[in-house]
Design a protein around this ligand. Structure first.
Ligand SMILES: CC(=O)N[C@H]1[C@@H](OP(=O)(O)OP(=O)(O)OC[C@H]2O[C@@H](n3ccc(=O)[nH]c3=O)[C@H](O)[C@@H]2O)O[C@H](CO)[C@@H](O)[C@@H]1O
Length: 354
């Protein structure tokens, strides 16, 4: 049997890459030649180049929502990206393009469309990102994580499936997590994940509250690239990392509570692992407000509490955490009752129809 070829794309932040990695790991290598197009410098390049998947970097622009001179330059970068992506696709002739969104995916999708290559996309957030909004008209099939999102896309080609979660996330060992972190079993573990790129305000308030926090918890702080605080390196019961990859399943297995941004992939992972969460979504000032909606949907279902960034300070952080601690069992019960879709299997089945 001749092998078929699939091209993945998506990037800008890890949330546009980890779902692709989940799918890639489940695809049968004897049936599919797998390739990836991303930006020349983004986190996708770093993450995919750690694997054996061939990676192609193209020019890409940022798709800003505000007026900026950079936008004009970016139009040319996106156009250049379209030509580069078209050249790669023409050469590799994939049967299918799978996009997880993010600005780098737009030139790839436009190029695929001009070559009449079928396109699948997955939207993780409650409301579609700009890249997927632009791309949706060119697609064959659209997958969404949230039920509510289907209203933003044409019904006939949209499937609500949940979030494709990396299988290894489920295989962590709490003991190995504690060994890696140098933690004991006498205090619970609080993990802080400020989104794959970190979160300045969360980092600041956590560090301001460190004395109170470390009296109750052992803390893992995933603070984003360039955000390590050298002055806090030796603090007992406090471990900071810019980003963790292979150790994440063990760390999460050892985690009792998380403080997290409202990035869709992260919160669906915590839901699947039934870890009570305090969600501090990216504010409307800094985004289109998608994380606020993600957080609201989770809070309404009883999985989490939401603390808005505008109200985030030392006092509110400690009080919300206390509330989570007191009602831990009810959050876990609600999460146990959630219907976990078979997102990964559905996507693999649809891909294998080609
Ligand atoms: C600032 C921004 O634009 N954020 C968006 C971005 O978030 P972001 O890139 O932060 O995405 P998510 O929170 O959805 O996913 C982060 C992913 O990175 C992984 N991870 C994170 C930290 C770490 O140390 N190790 C690690 O492996 C998580 O397990 C998860 O799989 O994409 C999400 C999905 O479209 C959106 O909901 C967010 O609004």
């Amino acid at each position: 049997m001749t092998k078929k070829t699939i091209m993945f794309t998506g990037g800008g932040s890890a949330g546009h890459v980890t779902p692709n990695m989940a799918i890639i790991n489940e695809l049968d290598n004897s049936k599919w030649d797998i390739n990836y197009i991303g930006s020349k410098k983004g986190i996708e390049k770093e993450l995919i180049e750690k694997t054996t998947i061939p990676y192609f970097g193209i020019s890409s622009g940022k798709l800003r929502r505000y007026i900026d001179f950079e936008n004009i330059k970016d139009i040319f970068r996106v156009l250049k990206g379209c030509f580069e992506a078209r050249k790669i696709l023409k050469q590799l002739k994939p049967q299918l393009v799978f996009s997880k969104g993010g600005f780098v995916s737009v030139p790839v999708i436009v190029a695929a469309r001009t070559l009449r290559i079928p396109i699948f996309i997955h939207e993780s957030d409650m409301t579609p990102g700009l890249a997927n909004k632009i791309s949706q008209r060119f697609t064959t099939l659209i997958f969404t994580s949230f039920e509510e999102t289907k209203n933003f896309f044409p019904r006939e080609k949209t499937m609500v499936i949940g979030s494709p979660i990396r299988k290894e996330i489920f295989n962590g060992s709490p003991q190995n997590g504690r060994i890696f972190l140098g933690f004991h079993e006498r205090l619970p573990v609080l993990t802080i994940m400020g989104g794959s790129l970190g979160a300045k305000k969360i980092n600041e308030v956590v560090r301001e509250s460190l004395k109170e926090l470390t009296s109750k918890y052992q803390i893992v702080h995933l603070c984003g690239k360039g955000n390590l605080d050298k002055n806090l390196m030796g603090v007992s019961g406090y471990k900071q990392y810019e980003y963790v990859n292979d150790e994440l399943p063990d760390i999460l297995a050892a985690t009792n509570i998380v403080i997290t941004r409202g990035g869709s992939n992260a919160i669906f992972e915590f839901l699947a692992l039934k870890i009570p969460m305090l969600i501090i979504p990216l504010s409307k000032k800094q985004s289109r407000g998608d994380q606020i909606l993600n957080a609201k949907s989770f809070e309404e279902k009883g999985y989490s509490l939401t603390l808005e960034e505008e109200h985030l300070n030392r006092k509110s952080l400690l009080s919300f955490l206390n509330n989570i601690e007191l009602n831990k069992e009810s959050f876990i019960m609600a999460m146990k009752g959630s219907v976990q879709g078979e997102a990964l299997k559905t996507i693999i089945d649809e891909i294998n129809k080609f």
